[in-house]
Design a protein around this ligand. Structure first.
Ligand code: SAM
Length: 290
C-alpha cells in the first residue's frame, strides 16, 4: 500500500513538507516492513524522509532480538527472586485433593449472602480475591476453600475467578467432617495455638460492620463445631475491637505459616490503627491493609 507523505509525520521533527511539496500523512511506526520498503522505492520521497524510513526499517529488523533480550532479562529476574526466597515458582498448582491430612486448609464460609448489601458483597469479593492473590504469592500456600459461592458474589468478581487455583466447595459442614473443622471467631473462648495440617480453619465470609455481632460463634455452637480466636491480645497491645476482616485473618494465618511466630505474623498484618503506640514501635513492618 502506498502512503502519501505529510507534515504530520510523527517521525518527522523538521515539520517541512517533502522536496516536491507532496503532503505526507503517514506514520512510519504504524507501517509494515513491506509498506516502508515500497515507500523507499518511490522517487517522490525526499532524501530526508528516506533516512527516517531506513531508520524505521532497522528498528523493525532488530525487534525480535530486542524481544528475546527482554524475555531473557525477565527470566533471570524471576530466577533471582525464587533463589532468594522472595517468590514461589509461578504456575505451580497449589490445589490438590490428595494428602488432605498433611496440608494446611483455610476455608471462607460464604453462607451469609442474604445478610449483606450489594456494597458489602463487593467488599467481600475484593477480600476473597485478595486472599487468593496472597496465597498464590506465599512461599507457604494453603489449600484455599471457597465454600458456598453464590451468584451475587460471583458476579461481583472478575470473571477470571472461575480459573482460580482454589477449591470451590459446598458449605463447610457439607464438605468436611465436623471434627476436622475449627471455626474462627473473635468471640471464642479458645485461643488458637497452632495452625495444624488436616484441619479446616473456617473464616466467616461476612462484611457486617459489626451488625451481626457473635453470629458465627452462635452458629458454630448450635452445630457443635469447635471454635477458636486468633491470639491477638496474647501477643500485642491492641487498642480497638478484636474483630478483623476476612483477608486479615487469612493473611495472619499465612504469615504464621511462614514465620512460625504469632507475634511476628500479627504485627506484620494487623492494620496499624488497631495497634497501641507500644506495639507499633516494636513493629517496623508497614500496614498491609487492603
Ligand atoms: C468481619 S468478621 C465477621 C464478624 C461477624 N459478626 C461474625 O459473627 O463473625 C469476618 C470473619 O473473620 C474471622 N475473625 C475476625 N476476627 C477474628 C479473630 N480475632 N479471631 C478469629 N477469627 C476472627 C471470623 O471468622 C469472622 O466471621
Amino acid at each position: 500500500m502506498m502512503h502519501a507523505v505529510s507534515e504530520n509525520d510523527t517521525n518527522s521533527t523538521d515539520g517541512k513538507s517533502s522536496d516536491d511539496g507532496i503532503l505526507m500523512d503517514h506514520n512510519y511506526r504504524k507501517m509494515t516492513m513491506t509498506e516502508l520498503k515500497d515507500m523507499l522505492g518511490n522517487e517522490k520521497v525526499s532524501k530526508n524522509q528516506k533516512k527516517k524510513i531506513n531508520k524505521q526499517i532497522k528498528w523493525l529488523e532488530t525487534a525480535d532480538a530486542r524481544k528475546a533480550l527482554r524475555k531473557k532479562r525477565k527470566v533471570k529476574h524471576k530466577e533471582k527472586n525464587i533463589a532468594e526466597g522472595r517468590k514461589r515458582p509461578k504456575f505451580e498448582t497449589i490445589t490438590t485433593v490428595e494428602d488432605f491430612h498433611l496440608l494446611c486448609h483455610i476455608a471462607v464460609d460464604l453462607s451469609f449472602d442474604k445478610l449483606m448489601t450489594n456494597r458489602d458483597i463487593q467488599k467481600l469479593g475484593k477480600q476473597i480475591a485478595w486472599c487468593y492473590k496472597e496465597n498464590r504469592r506465599s512461599t507457604h500456600p494453603v489449600q484455599y476453600h471457597i465454600c458456598g459461592l453464590e451468584e451475587r458474589l460471583g458476579s461481583s468478581l472478575d470473571p477470571s475467578y472461575k480459573n482460580w487455583d482454589v477449591h470451590f466447595d459446598k458449605a463447610p459442614l457439607e464438605s468436611f467432617p465436623k471434627d476436622k473443622i475449627t471455626y474462627l471467631t473473635a468471640e471464642s473462648e479458645n485461643v488458637l495455638e497452632e495452625f495444624k495440617p488436616g484441619i479446616v480453619y473456617v473464616i466467616g465470609g461476612l462484611v457486617d460492620h459489626n451488625h451481626q455481632k457473635g453470629l458465627c460463634q452462635r452458629l458454630a455452637d448450635e452445630n457443635g463445631i469447635v471454635t477458636a480466636r486468633l491470639p491477638l491480645e496474647e501477643n500485642i497491645d491492641i487498642k480497638t475491637r478484636r474483630v478483623l476482616t476476612v483477608n486479615h485473618v487469612f493473611e495472619i494465618l499465612l504469615a504464621y505459616r511462614e514465620t512460625k511466630s504469632w507475634k511476628e505474623a500479627i504485627l506484620k498484618i494487623m492494620p496499624q490503627k488497631k495497634l497501641t503506640p507500644t506495639s507499633r514501635k516494636s513493629n517496623n513492618v508497614n500496614d498491609s491493609n487492603t
